[in-house]
Structure formats: structure tokens, C-alpha cells
Ligand binder design. Structure first.
Ligand code: FBP
Length: 549
């Protein structure tokens, strides 16, 4: 396989491990835990995995010996930089514990476990993928492990391969399901342990014990580089407003981190829009107002960051989308039998409430059709396919026309649209993600050797150098609460949205007026893999602000 010069050099990068993982490891059991809410219900649903203690690793003096065991690993959901390093961390951790240990990868995500598609991950395969981006070593998928029949298929293949533990690398939903699986496997005395690892570029799987999900660091650095480049172009040509939609299915962490890194003129935070119950027109007016103020200073250019999930946070559009989802689900056959988008639009309009049909009718036609497009496997709109950034450009342009007629605006507005998402999901992991992921994988291997199940690998104190990171395990039930999902109350890991009283948002809020009007851009440049630690090993601004560094 041909590889780039960078890949070649990067293959020999030795990820940094916390001190506690560098030699013999001592396992320290902490206090018993409880779920963040709904303790009685969650305890009842997870009789075996509820209340387990926090675990931390310390430097030990005597290496322990462990019997050989086989482990299976699964990548679940969207790609995130560093997945290959989690797997190499598991592999190296297992081999250090006992060279006879074996690692199997299930292919194409959780579906591989159910369909019995797998491969053994040998040293030569692992070496090809060290410090590379992507999930292509075994592939990923979005099949949900939710049915006992799927769990039983898992037992079949684990028994066949002698697998005693599974590591599920995924986001909040995949880790919730990993915990359900752990509980089921204990209840049914299968002897199979399940450990989770926190993955998602969206950054919304985090809490007191999980400081960040892997991939967020690299993805935000890639997007910030691109935003910085665009800002320099905008400031050179002085003729375009760039509207940049940034991934993040629901939370706006990516947008927030990118504005902190680049000081873009505008960054909409969905969580704020929802809390202030803003209408689409209010969002448009906010943007147009900044465009007009900059124009008054002779600056007919700028950058606006738009979170991918915005439309689902504008209360009236949220109601509309939920009505659309329900109508399309309940009339699936009739809806799918309709030929053209125009027919589908007409059909839907007859089913919506008055307020939703008014809003739907007022949206640009391309957005109407995008809102009627295929749902994801859970019946939700695929927000990455809704061109919110284009819609906002059109709506801002319309508003400015009106303001021009009224004499309130006298500038030129020319919009360029961008969507950054897939560009960052498979980037070569930054040093932070390479180290963090490798440490997570290594931690998972030790948790397995110690016989733990229903835990998520955790690496904390990430604002400090890697040698001072604290590795261990957190019971997944500790992160859970009960939420309504598809009409039923379910135990789920609480999703971490941007909190408006959190330090990263507050810092942004204190600066945004100045950043909007002044041209005070930061150009972060590309991720650096070699060079001074102050450049190469910096975590995200979000993490530093949150951890009070
Ligand atoms: P995960 O939550 O599975 O990590 O995926 C996140 C994400 O990248 C979102 O930001 C985006 O909305 C979605 O995946 C896109 O999904 P797909 O890869 O199926 O197009």
C-alpha cells in the first residue's frame, strides 16, 4: 500500500501514556457510584452493573500475571480521528498483559457481531494503522444493539472464538447499549464482559469523569484551520460573507470550539437559540444586523459559523420537524408511493397543524424538500443533509434588501456557503487524540484483565501533560438518567449539550460583540505533528476553559 511521507514518519510515533500505565498497574477502587438521576429506576434495570465503584489506576510495584484471553472490538457510528489508536492501545495493552492474548475486530460496526463478520487483528495489521485517521481497519456502522436476539448472536460468535470481552467504541447511544449488553451478559452468566470507549467528534459524550470524547480535538483543529484560511481569504478580497455549517448532530460544541480558535464574526449556538426561544426570523435578524454594522464600517465581508443541528433547536421548527417525522412514519406507504417532491409537499401540508404548515410553507423550496428526504434508521431528519447555511444566506440577503429600501443598510452582501464535517472525521489524529485514544485503549485492556464489565474507559486530567493523566474506569450507569425515546422511558447516558453557564460559552459571550464588528481573526494553521509541545500537544480551548487551566 502506498503511503505519504507524513504517514511514514507518523507510523513510528509512540503515543504518550499516563505514568500509571507505563509499568505495573495498581487498581484502586473508589467510592460506590449512583446514576446522575432516576436512581431507583436505573438500579432496578441494572441490578448487576449499578452502583459499582469508580476505578483509578496507579503505578504498581509488582507486575501481575493474567491468564490468556481473547477480546473483540467494535467501532460504532460516525468516524472520529483516533479510532485506530484505541485499537492499537487495546492490542498493546493485551499483549503486555499476556502475549498469548488475541484481539478480534468485528467488521462494519455492531452489525459484524450479530452477523458474525470478523477478523483477527495481528501485529502486522495493527502496525499499518498506528496513528492514522479513519475507521477502515475494521469499518464502522450504525446498527443498534438493542434486541436480545442480537445479544444472543453475539454470545454464539464469542463462544466460537473464545472471546471473553468486547470493547465497544462509540457515542452516548452506543455506550448506553454497551451497558445494557454488559448487564444482559452478566444476568445470563455468559462470562462475556463489555467495556465502552467514548468516541464522537460532536463532543457531546462528556461529564465529570469523561472530560472529552475522542476525535473532537482533531476534527475541531481541522475545521479551525479551514475557517482561518477562509478568514484570511475574506480579509484579502473583502467581498464575501462565508457561511460555514459545522458538524455536530445536535450539540454546538464544534462551532463553539471553532469560534474560540478563530474569532469568527458570528457563531450561532443552538442551545442558546433554544433557551431564548428564538424564531428563525430572530436568528436571521441577528446575523443581518452584524452584516449591516460591518458594512457601515466599510467591511462587506465576514464569517458566520452555523451549527449543523440548528433547525432542530428553533422551537417552532422543532415542532414542525417532529410533526413531519410522525406524519411520515404513520403514513409511510402512502407517502413513499407519491412520485414527485411537489406531491409529497402537498400531501404533508394537509397533515400538519396550522402553525407548522405556515412555517413549512414559508421555507425555501429546497429546504422543504430536504426536510421530506429519507430519515435515518431511527426516523430522524438527517441534519447533515439540510442546507441551513444556504437557507440563512438567502434569508439574510432578503432582509438586507428590505433594510436597504428602508435606508437602514447600505452595503454589498455576497454569500459563500461551506459545510465542514466529513473533512475532519478521518484526519490523522492530533498528538492529543493519538495519545488520548491509545491511553483509552490501553485502559480498556486493563479493565478487561481485571474482570470488569459495564465500565467506560476514562482518562482524566487532560489539561496536564499526558504523563499526569489519570486512567481508570467509570460505571456507565453513573452517567445515566431516564429519557423518553420513541414514546417510551429509557435509561440513557445523558447527552452533554453546550451549557450556557459553562466557562467556554461564557468566555465566547463576553467576546462575541467585539469579534463581530472588529476584524480580529486568528489563523490557527494546520495541525502540527512534530515540533514544540506548545504547538503540537495543545488540547482544545473548550477543555482548557472547562478544566480551568
Ligand atoms: P457519531 O455521533 O456517531 O459520532 O456521529 C457524529 C456525526 O459525525 C454527526 O456530527 C453527523 O451529524 C453524523 O455523524 C453524520 O452521520 P453519517 O456519517 O451517517 O452521515
Amino acid at each position: 500500500m502506498a503511503i505519504s511521507a507524513l504517514q511514514k514518519e507518523r507510523a513510528s510515533y509512540a503515543p504518550k501514556l499516563p505514568k500509571s500505565l507505563q509499568g505495573a498497574v495498581k487498581v484502586v477502587n473508589g467510592a460506590a457510584t449512583q446514576s446522575i438521576a432516576d436512581q431507583a429506576e436505573i438500579k432496578k434495570l441494572f441490578p448487576n452493573t449499578y452502583g459499582m465503584p469508580l476505578i483509578s489506576f496507579e503505578e504498581g510495584s509488582t507486575p501481575k500475571s493474567f491468564p490468556a484471553l481473547n477480546v473483540g472490538v467494535i467501532l460504532s457510528g460516525g468516524q472520529a480521528p483516533g479510532g485506530h489508536n484505541v485499537i492499537s492501545g487495546i492490542f498493546d495493552g493485551l499483549k503486555k498483559l499476556n502475549p498469548a492474548n488475541k484481539l478480534y475486530g468485528f467488521l462494519g460496526g455492531p452489525g459484524g457481531l450479530v452477523d458474525h463478520k470478523y477478523m483477527e487483528l495481528t501485529a502486522s495489521i495493527i502496525d499499518e494503522y498506528r496513528n492514522t485517521g479513519g475507521f477502515d481497519i475494521i469499518g464502522s456502522g450504525r446498527t443498534k444493539l438493542e434486541e436480545t436476539a442480537q445479544y444472543d448472536k453475539g454470545v454464539e460468535i464469542c463462544n466460537k472464538l473464545g472471546i471473553k470481552a468486547l470493547v465497544i467504541i462509540g457515542g452516548d447511544d452506543s455506550n448506553t447499549n454497551a451497558c445494557v449488553l454488559a448487564e444482559y451478559y452478566i444476568q445470563n452468566k455468559t462470562g462475556i464482559q463489555v467495556i465502552g470507549c467514548p468516541k464522537t467528534i460532536d463532543g457531546d459524550l462528556k461529564n465529570e469523569m469523561i472530560e472529552t470524547s475522542f476525535g473532537f480535538d482533531t476534527a475541531c483543529k481541522v475545521y479551525s484551520e479551514l475557517i482561518g484560511n477562509i478568514q484570511r481569504d475574506a480579509n484579502s478580497a473583502k467581498k464575501y460573507w462565508h457561511f460555514i455549517k459545522l458538524m455536530g448532530r445536535s450539540a454546538s460544541h464544534i462551532g463553539l470550539e471553532c469560534v474560540l480558535q478563530t474569532q469568527a464574526n458570528i457563531c450561532i449556538i443552538s442551545e442558546e437559540v433554544e433557551q431564548k426561544k428564538q424564531t428563525l426570523d430572530e436568528v436571521v435578524t441577528y446575523i443581518a444586523d452584524i452584516v449591516a454594522k460591518r458594512a457601515a464600517n466599510g467591511e462587506n465581508f465576514g464569517t458566520a459559523l452555523i451549527p449543523e443541528g440548528l433547525i432542530e433547536f428553533i422551537p417552532s421548527l422543532k415542532v414542525l420537524i417532529s410533526e413531519l417525522n410522525d406524519t411520515m412514519a404513520h403514513n409511510e406507504a402512502a407517502f413513499n408511493a407519491l412520485g414527485s417532491d411537489a406531491e409529497k409537499f402537498k400531501f404533508i401540508m394537509t397533515k400538519l397543524s396550522k402553525s407548522s404548515s405556515d412555517i413549512f410553507g414559508s421555507l425555501p423550496q429546497n429546504i422543504q424538500f430536504q426536510l421530506l428526504a429519507d430519515r435515518d434508521p431511527h426516523g430522524n431528519v438527517q441534519v447533515s443533509k439540510i442546507e441551513t447555511e444556504k437557507m440563512l444566506i438567502d434569508m439574510v440577503a432578503e432582509k438586507l434588501k428590505v433594510w436597504k429600501k428602508e435606508g437602514k443598510y447600505n452595503g454589498k452582501f455576497s454569500g459563500q456557503n461551506h459545510f465542514f464535517g466529513y473533512e475532519g472525521r478521518c484526519a490523522a489524529p492530533s498528538n492529543f487524540d493519538a495519545d488520548y485514544c491509545y491511553s483509552l485503549g490501553y485502559t480498556a485492556a486493563i479493565l478487561i484483565a481485571e474482570g470488569k464489565s459495564g465500565y467506560m474507559a476514562s482518562v482524566r486530567n487532560c489539561k496536564s501533560p499526558a504523563s499526569q493523566w489519570i486512567a481508570g474506569g467509570v460505571p456507565v450507569t453513573m452517567m445515566m438518567n431516564m429519557e423518553k425515546r420513541h414514546g417510551h422511558m429509557k435509561p440513557v447516558i445523558q447527552k452533554a449539550l453546550v451549557t450556557l453557564d459553562g466557562k467556554p460559552f461564557k468566555f465566547f459571550a463576553s467576546k462575541r460583540e467585539a469579534w463581530a464588528i472588529k476584524t480580529d481573526y486568528i489563523y490557527p494553521g494546520p495541525i502540527q505533528y512534530f515540533g514544540p509541545s506548545s504547538v503540537c500537544d495543545q488540547p482544545t480551548k473548550t477543555l482548557l476553559l472547562e478544566q480551568g487551566a
